[in-house]
Design a protein around this ligand. Sequence first.
Ligand code: ADP
Length: 587
Amino acid sequence: MTIQPVADAATTSAVVADPDRKRLARTTSTLESAGFSVASTPDEGELLRLLARGHPSVLIVHMAFSRAVPAGTAAADASGSITGAAPQEEEPGIPVLFLVDEDHDLSPDVLEMLSVSDYVRTSARADELIHRVQNLIRRGQRRSEVRGNSERLRQRLRGVSAAIRATNDPRNMSEQFVQGFGETFDADHVWFTTFDDERVPLITAQWNRYGLAQLPPRLGAHEPAARRAANRFWTESALLTVDDHLHYRPSPEDGELLDWMEAMGARASAVVPVGEGEAAFGILWIVNAHEPRLWTVAETALIRHVAGNLAYGLIQGHLINAQQLVLKRLHQLDQAKTDFLAMVNHELRTPLTSITAYLDMIHDGEGGPVPPGIEEMLTVIEQNSDRLRGLIEDMLSFARHDNSDDSRKAPVNIGHLLRMVTAVLRPMSTARDIHITLDHAGEDLVVGANEAQLERVFTNLVSNAIKFTPRGGHVSITAQKCGSEDQAAELRVEVADDGIGIPEHDIPQVFQRFFRASNASAAAVPGTGLGLAIVHDIITRHNGSIAVASALGRGTTFSVRLPLDSNRAAPGRTEPFQEAVAPGVIR
Ligand code: ADP
């Protein structure tokens, strides 16, 4: 008998353990003549030490030493198949050949329990022993090859996933994806498209082996069929692999799509749905144009894993892009608003200033005496100019506040401010026969505020009270300190009238821009609906609050609260106003 050395004799080594010294010597010499380097022992304890020294290509052990074979020594006889999204690595084992005495019968269950790869009778001929050993080693080598291939595939696809994660641009992601798959799977074409779906942008990307013609950019009339197929695969958590289009009989549902693929020159294909949640939003197609191709379970598992990464990246990228687009649009709108307000400022304010200047000149008699009938007309012009100015001021006020910083805050004496406001509005209240009372707690009411803005707040509130109160009515303004000793001191200003009141259902909306309650239109009171929104905005910026209480037909009270600035003294320019407008009744 001649024993053929194993292909890679230089690296093949065996450990043999057998209590029967004669048999041990025979087995050892059989293996050595087949080219193995052999370490042998008749001693069970010695076996472990031999194994600890290195990793032999095969372990041949007599059944008497079965307990000495460490668990997990034997290489699992798996096909290398990998399922699931994140395949696990498997430690390579040593193939174990078990020498079984003639009179023993071993069932496969026992073999598995003993953690061996194969067994042979002690009576087996030398060539049979070598044949079995060589087989075992080849099987082991194939396993390591498959394992190595899977590992390389995993490595490369990790690279593809990293490239996808490195960008937020869906197009770039898709291009990395098709190129990565093309190179990893040695494909001829890789083609990816998204469908019309709000979760992702509409994208097509393809990679083609050098020298091969491109595939069409889109599916055209076949898109519905592709979408249906993708959704079906998605629901079934599956993908479709076609090893050879020439011998593949597609199901009726996939017929249209696969006919198209074959017509595009595909010989072998993998068709993978790409999606998230309930439905797919894209489809990936890996094509081999010339040869049939078998897709391993490891490959398809990894393809699905990376396609999942792409889906996630596309959704994220799409959201980020949409957000950036909204920000850009907001920026543009803000610029448009600024431009518009600059235009309003110039185009409306300038002629209005000229109109009121001429009105003043006519009143002052600079154009000569005014006939009595014309005087009334001039008054109407004056009132409407004032309304127009109010409207422009309100709009500009918003623009200023939107961009303003409130850093120009200074101590403001509220008593002084309220007297000034009532003095300015006196002509209006007198004209409407409205009685105004001002009651404030003295000069110590000081808030840190932007004085011009606070003046606007109280001018709006008091002028509203006058506007929405019928002739002969009453408006009262009170300012007082509130808050207990342990709380920070607060200022409360109330502007109350006994006017027409606000319908209950309108009250929650009065601080919204452009809102005008039904009472205002019913009573034909002019206005823009901006005043209270401005008031609310200013008070909020001053860390204060405003509330309203109203009863239809009985009157309205606005209460403003602001933090008091008790540490700082108000500027001392209150005297002239104290004299001009005495606290108390103003008519
Ligand atoms: P405008 O006074 O220009 O209409 P505002 O924003 O100042 O706009 O007020 C919004 C709405 O709130 C008014 O149209 C009116 O319906 C209601 N309102 C405000 N102040 C009073 C008040 N003192 N009495 C009754 N209704 C009021």
